[in-house]
Design a protein around this ligand. Structure first.
Ligand SMILES: [Zn+2]
Ligand SMILES: [Zn+2]
Length: 193
């Protein structure tokens, strides 16, 4: 094994120095999607380990795609000139990278966010603040004394929300403010004025 810095970019865990691409591009959200699809997409392929190339075919009537570590004949690569799902899969098959499972990836990202100084400024949190102000996200009941609220959700029972907890799936999974918490915060702030 040569002297290689093991590291993770997006869902790419670099095993062997893959110098064809700047590692930072793998951290882009649109690239992370492709990394996931490289492992789940129902294509068939033949890898030639000597030439480091592969031939992919999808399950449709489309022709084969010829893939190398730096190029691919698929439309996605031709239009973006960035690694497509075929290139990622070839890199996996050749032992350059390993695609890590999403929960691990999400957990790392969430842990970083939980420790950040300004959670509310995170793009994912800003999305939640925006959707908290839509008419769909209106509390059905607010208890000003308790600083809690009920929101109707997708299931039968409403979500029970306080300023630091919520029974919705988003909060249960992320343990970070969900849109209900943001909306409750807003409602409480507004009534004090
Ligand atoms: Zn491709
Ligand atoms: Zn919630």
């Amino acid at each position: 094994m040569d002297n290689v810095n093991k590291s993770t970019f997006g869902r790419c865990h670099i095993i062997k120095n893959w110098s064809d691409w700047d590692n930072s591009i793998h951290s882009d959200d649109s690239q992370i999607d492709r990394q996931g699809r490289s492992m789940t997409y129902p294509f068939t392929f033949d890898v030639d380990k000597h030439t480091k190339t592969a031939r992919f075919s999808s399950t449709s009537i489309l022709p084969f795609y010829e893939t190398t570590l730096t190029s691919c004949t698929c439309e996605d690569f031709q239009s973006r000139k960035l690694p497509c799902k075929h290139i990622y899969r070839l890199a996996v098959e050749l032992g350059y990278i390993e695609i890590i499972k999403r929960p691990t990836f999400d957990k790392e990202k969430l842990d970083t966010l939980k420790n950040s100084a300004d959670i509310d400024a995170d793009p994912d949190q800003i999305k939640r603040q925006k959707s908290s102000m839509t008419s769909k996200c209106k509390p059905t009941e607010i208890n000003y004394a308790d600083e809690s609220a009920l929101f109707s959700g997708s299931g039968k029972s409403p979500y029970v929300t306080t300023l630091n907890s919520c029974t919705c799936r988003d909060f249960v999974v992320r343990k970070l403010p969900c849109k209900h918490i943001y909306r409750l915060r807003y409602e409480l702030n507004n009534c004090n004025k």
